[in-house]
Design a binder for this molecule. Structure first.
Ligand code: ATP
Ligand code: TPS
Ligand code: MG
Ligand code: MG
Ligand code: MG
Length: 323
């Protein structure tokens, strides 16, 4: 018979999961005591929390436990990178039903471990409780390595706006799952299951003098609206500067044929969330490394305009009626 986390018990489950997380130099004391001790070489600690709720952020029939582990770590590490910092440690709040197979928890831990390994971080601690459905509450810590943090309030008129990383692929993957389409477009499905934030580009952008930065979690236009508001500027985007990947056009063609969506690929790039690309502003004349695409300018004023007009690209809001 399948063994469940209820059979293991709370402390058995903690032991099973934490056995997978390796030692790193940043974590002086990991799981096992009342709190972890994490090194803070810079003495300024970057800290962020994002939750994943079953049915809201993931479905177990769309994503496997490893995918969900990857995504839970990735969406938090993207926030650390968006400040210009390097992730050091992660704290895992794990709530799940007693009937959850032990293998699910172990594979989830494996996904977390693997995403941590991409940035050299590890799991330093957490909490484990029983609940009716799965909720994952992750806190990530990061180190600024001596650079100035890149906030949302530093964009200045004249700056260029640039992005790095995927845009719209996760939204296309989500639309494919929602449309009950079972075959095709593996890149978009994979992007939805396991976003691939360009972690190293965050600290690199800080070094280059980025004036503002964030990761795109809710949608490019909506998220840039946070930079516009915090910096009291207007962000002007040119949609033709967004390079539409062939895999996105292909998926949109399928989705249109299925009657699942009525929009162009670029609209998914402007409004789709969960890819965790980085969007940043840089002083004019900054030579950007390969991977960054300049998509607009910062001007005096407020809000975000696309191709000279206010955009109707709506991003994600957990409490809007359509979400
Ligand atoms: N319940 C809360 N208590 C305190 N601060 C919060 C709470 N929820 C959000 N915040 C803060 O509000 C700001 C915006 O949060 P938001 O979650 O939109 O940012 P994000 O994590 O970058 O985006 P996303 O969650 O879409 O990935 C952040 O600084 C966050 O710490
Ligand atoms: C089952 C299921 N239904 C819908 C979605 C879409 N979705 C959920 S949260 C979010 C924005 C970012 O979230 P947050 O702001 O919490 O980081 C998006 C686009 C999904 N991933 N799974
Ligand atoms: Mg958040
Ligand atoms: Mg963010
Ligand atoms: Mg959000």
């Amino acid at each position: 018979m399948l063994s469940t986390i209820g059979d293991l018990g709370e402390f058995g489950l903690i032991a099973r999961m934490t056995a997978r997380f390796p030692h790193t130099d940043d974590v002086i004391l990991g799981p096992g005591d009342d709190a972890a001790i994490v090194r803070a070489p810079d003495r300024r600690v970057v800290a962020t929390t994002d939750m994943l709720v079953e049915g809201r952020h993931f479905r177990r029939d769309w994503s496997g436990p490893r995918d969900i582990g990857h995504k839970a770590a990735a969406q938090n590490f993207a926030d650390i990178a968006a400040m210009g910092a390097r992730p050091t440690a992660l704290l895992l709040g794990f709530a799940a039903p007693a009937g959850l197979p032990v293998s699910w928890a172990e594979e989830f831990a494996e996904g977390l471990r693997a995403e941590c390994a991409l940035v050299g971080a590890t799991v330093a601690g957490g909490d484990t409780v029983r609940s009716d459905s799965i909720t994952l509450a992750i806190t990530a810590l990061g180190d600024l390595q001596g650079v100035s943090a890149v906030r949302r309030d530093g964009a200045r008129p004249g700056d260029v706006v640039a992005v790095i990383g995927d845009l719209g692929l996760s939204a296309a993957g989500l639309a494919l799952f929602l449309a009950d389409s079972t075959v095709g477009h593996p890149e978009c499905r994979a992007a939805h299951r396991r976003p691939a934030p360009p972690y190293a580009a965050g600290p690199a952008a800080a070094e280059l003098g980025a004036t503002a930065m964030l990761d795109v979690s809710d949608g490019l236009v909506q998220d840039l609206g946070h930079i516009a508001a915090a910096s009291r500027v207007r962000v002007e985007l040119q949609s033709s500067a967004l390079l539409v990947p062939a895999v996105l056009s292909d998926a949109v063609r399928t989705l249109t044929r299925l009657g699942a969506i009525e929009c162009a690929p670029v609209d998914l790039m402007l409004a789709g969330g969960e890819d965790h690309a980085l969007a940043a502003t840089f002083p004019e004349g900054t030579v950007l490394p390969p991977g960054w695409t300049v998509i607009g300018r910062v001007a005096e004023g407020e809000g975000v305009v696309v191709d000279g007009a206010p955009s109707d690209a709506r991003g994600w809001d957990h409490f809007s009626v359509t979400s």
